[in-house]
Design a protein around this ligand. Sequence first.
Ligand code: ATP
Length: 241
Amino acid sequence: MLSVDSLQVTYGGAVEAVRGVSMEVPDGAVVAVLGSNGAGKSTLLRTISGTLRLHRGRVDAGTVRFGDLDLTRRDAGQIVRAGVVQVPEGRRIFGRLTVEENLRAGGMGNRDRAAKAEAITRVHDLFPVLRERSGQRAGLLSGGEQQMLAIGRALMASPRLLLLDEPSLGLAPRVIGQIGEVIAEINRQGTSVLLVEQNATMALGVATHAYVLDVGRVSLSGDARELAQSDEVQRLYLGHT
Ligand code: ATP
């Protein structure tokens, strides 16, 4: 289980991006974090994945634990080895490399060739389009395919917990639906998921539990289906008045 306790994060010693957040992802769960622009969602994920420092952020207080391990302030490589892998916001695939080379880059930490081949097969089975496009330059893929490649690349590290930062960003509704289905399938295969989204319909459809962040604090949390029915979520995130 991932547990974040009383986390406080600032940028440049001034901007308080996360102001005392506590949350959990139980083993085997899909948990969603909703919130508008600037709520602190990406900061929360960066802190968990150890990439906060690249953005000049700092943990001022609180802890991030994964099972028995204290991940607070660990570096990104150690966190990946602990089984927590992030799909970054904006995908960040290597456009000049082929689809296959991108996937292999995600499996670099895995020296076992058989295990790597097995991981590629698993990714290809989840995303048949990546098998079809294996030798193509990744930059030529559509936005949805690039998102699938970014998720596939993260799966190459065989995560126990997958962190997703707004996978629906810039995608057509039909493609967002496909991404939601893939997240559910990844979870059925045994990987826990922490899903940061502005698209509440998709996120609450796939998650069991959800948190709403508002200016760095948790303003609401609970069962995803119940939250989807709540007045505040309906009004703010599902477009109902
Ligand atoms: P978005 O959906 O726009 O990414 P978010 O909920 O993910 O929003 P964050 O990106 O975590 O929110 O931002 C939280 C706060 O921290 C905002 O006020 C933002 O301006 C600030 N912030 C984010 N990154 C940095 C940075 N590298 N340096 C300074 N301030 C930052």
